[in-house]
Design a protein around this ligand. Structure first.
Ligand code: SF4
Ligand code: FES
Length: 254
């Protein structure tokens, strides 16, 4: 295990609040081990800033293990940075070299306004979820045992894959149209493939797509950047499924 510590130049987006203009600022950080995660590097950076009497940089995080979807950073122009299939909190500093310059920006989209520095407001995703990303089941007693409802293995696997979306927003940040289609289609697909999701299927897809448009996300033009940058490998196949569900619901809904 190498003990070599790196010195880096960080170009970080600083913005006082939602109403102030922001700009890139340049900093030095030292004492960075290749074994640190990207967020640990930012912790070290913030400690050094505080020791120098400067204001630390605000960034989002919670679980730090790829589950919560909070760590939304655009690193060297890519959501979650240069590695594949990982969130920012799972990105390791071994992906960088001593002397590197790293740019760190918030996820950019009209529907994700900046709150401060690198923190963006992603409650637009919550509102899309509230519009239909659930099933109405009475859980107050006599619920049927899950195993009594047969589900084809292929559908179960695809529903599970769709359900691994953590709502991080990297798909939006990666898209030149700031489209949320990958996220919304994952949330639609996880129910569309299961019998439990059939009852509210039409309302779900119509309401979620309507809310997505209301929030100001752009449309999908099939470039596929979302799939490449998604830390959970959510497939474009889900967008095709959502489009089919939407068409079916639009044509048959009374
Ligand atoms: S589809 Fe992927 S990139 Fe988009 S919110 Fe879900 S996990 Fe994040
Ligand atoms: S902090 Fe939870 S996914 Fe990164």
């Amino acid at each position: 295990m190498s003990d070599k510590l790196m010195k880096l130049t960080l170009k970080i987006w600083r913005q006082k609040d939602a109403d102030s203009p922001g700009k890139m600022e340049s900093y030095q950080v030292e004492g960075i081990s290749e074994h640190m995660s990207f967020l640990e590097m930012l912790d070290v950076f913030n400690e050094q800033q505080i020791n120098q009497g400067n204001e630390p940089v605000a960034f989002d995080h919670d679980c730090r293990e790829g589950i919560c979807g909070m760590c939304s950073l655009q690193i060297n122009g890519e959501p979650h940075g240069p590695d594949r299939g990982v969130t920012t909190c799972q990105l390791h500093m071994r992906m960088f070299n001593d002397g590197d310059t790293i740019t760190i920006e918030p996820f950019r989209a009209k529907a994700f306004p900046v709150i401060k520095d690198l923190v963006v407001d992603r409650t637009s995703f919550d509102r899309i979820q509230h519009a239909g990303g659930f099933i109405s089941v009475n859980t107050s007693g006599n619920t049927q045992d899950a195993n009594n409802i047969p589900v084809e293995k292929e559908n179960a696997d695809k529903a599970f894959d769709a359900a691994t979306c953590i709502g991080c927003g990297a798909c939006v940040a990666a898209c030149k149209n700031a489209s949320a289609m990958l996220f919304v289609s994952a949330k639609v697909s996880q129910f569309a493939l299961l019998p439990q999701g059939k009852i509210e299927a039409k309302d779900r897809v119509l309401n979620m797509v309507h809310q997505m448009d209301e929030e100001g996300f752009g449309n999908c033009s099939n470039t596929g950047a979302c799939e490449v940058e998604c830390p959970k490998g959510i497939s474009l196949e889900n967008i095709a499924r959502m489009n089919r569900e939407y068409l079916k619901a639009s044509l048959t809904k009374e």
